[in-house]
Design a protein around this ligand. Structure first.
Ligand SMILES: NC(=O)c1ccc[n+]([C@@H]2O[C@H](COP(=O)([O-])OP(=O)(O)OC[C@H]3O[C@@H](n4cnc5c(N)ncnc54)[C@H](OP(=O)(O)O)[C@@H]3O)[C@@H](O)[C@H]2O)c1
Length: 246
């Protein structure tokens, strides 16, 4: 367990999946957590309910990270509710299968508006109120380094995320703010339940540790990334994938 007592965290897209697992873990580590959602209010409130029932503190805040005008209010909500911001986990992301033939400009814009622009503008707004010791975690994907066909745009967004993790780590390092990427392998979540149907044996077969990932596996890596034990880690992206190469 990391000791995050006194810290305040925002986890974008934490009503479900990896984000929900991360919000629960950071709260269990002692952080007060802003649980962000866009449409899943009941899910976000359920995550808050689990945190509070376990003795933690959390609040659900709606903000669509693909809309630049909704990002600053999310950061403001953390500061007005808890007085500070120490941790931003840029987790909200979308994934669509788009072959080259089916790809549309709209799908390209949707992916980049959330997975890249939302992450960068959230980081900009957060960094303005963060002080030395703060940490930003960017959720990437194993698909950034070993891309698949049919998901060109998603893979490209995650490649951009890894590049931003490196450049933001360089820019924010002199202020004592770290930026760490986490690249999950396949993780069973609400978001990919449909696209992964019937692929379980294939995915497990490609994973040396012999199972698919769970949100808690990724949350544990985020917990490390934001902890004092990771004080010398910035600008790099850590694979958390059971050894899987996509
Ligand atoms: N699952 C995997 O195998 C896997 C592997 C590698 C990387 N990743 C990455 O991990 C992250 C989470 O994936 P997941 O599978 O956990 O996703 P998920 O189950 O689909 O959950 C997505 C979360 O993001 C929120 N969200 C969606 N659009 C948003 C927006 N415009 N603004 C704010 N929040 C938004 C959703 O909120 P609502 O409930 O309100 O819709 C939900 O809480 C993504 O960045 C994904 O690319 C996942």
């Amino acid at each position: 367990m990391s000791d995050l007592s006194g810290k305040v965290a925002i986890v974008t897209g934490s009503s479900k999946g990896i984000g929900a697992g991360t919000a629960l873990r950071l709260a269990a580590d002692g952080a007060r957590v802003v649980v962000n959602y866009v449409s899943g209010q009941a899910d976000a409130e359920a995550v808050v309910g689990r945190i509070v029932a376990a003795g933690g503190e959390a609040v659900a805040v709606r903000a669509d990270l693909s809309r630049p005008d909704e990002i600053q209010p999310l950061i403001d909500a953390a500061v007005s509710t808890y007085g500070r911001l120490d941790i931003l986990v840029n987790n909200a992301g979308i994934y669509r299968v788009d072959s080259l033939e089916q790809l549309t400009a709209q799908s390209f814009d949707d992916h980049f508006a959330l997975n890249v622009r939302g992450l960068l503008l959230a980081t900009q707004a957060a960094a303005r109120v963060m002080t030395s010791g703060a940490v930003i975690v960017n959720i990437s994907s194993g698909l950034a380094k070993s891309p698949y066909p049919m998901v060109h745009v998603y893979c490209a967004t995650k490649g951009a995320v890894d590049t931003l993790t490196r450049s933001l780590g360089m820019e924010l390092g002199p202020r004592g703010i770290r930026v760490v990427g986490i690249a999950p392998g396949f993780v069973a979540t609400e978001g990919n339940a449909e696209s992964a149907k019937g692929m379980s044996d294939y995915l497990v077969g490609k994973t040396p540790l012999g199972r698919v990932g769970q949100p808690a596996d990724i949350a544990a890596a985020v917990s490390y990334a934001v902890s004092a034990d990771a004080a010398w880690v910035t600008g790099s992206t850590i694979d958390v994938a059971g050894g899987m190469v996509f």
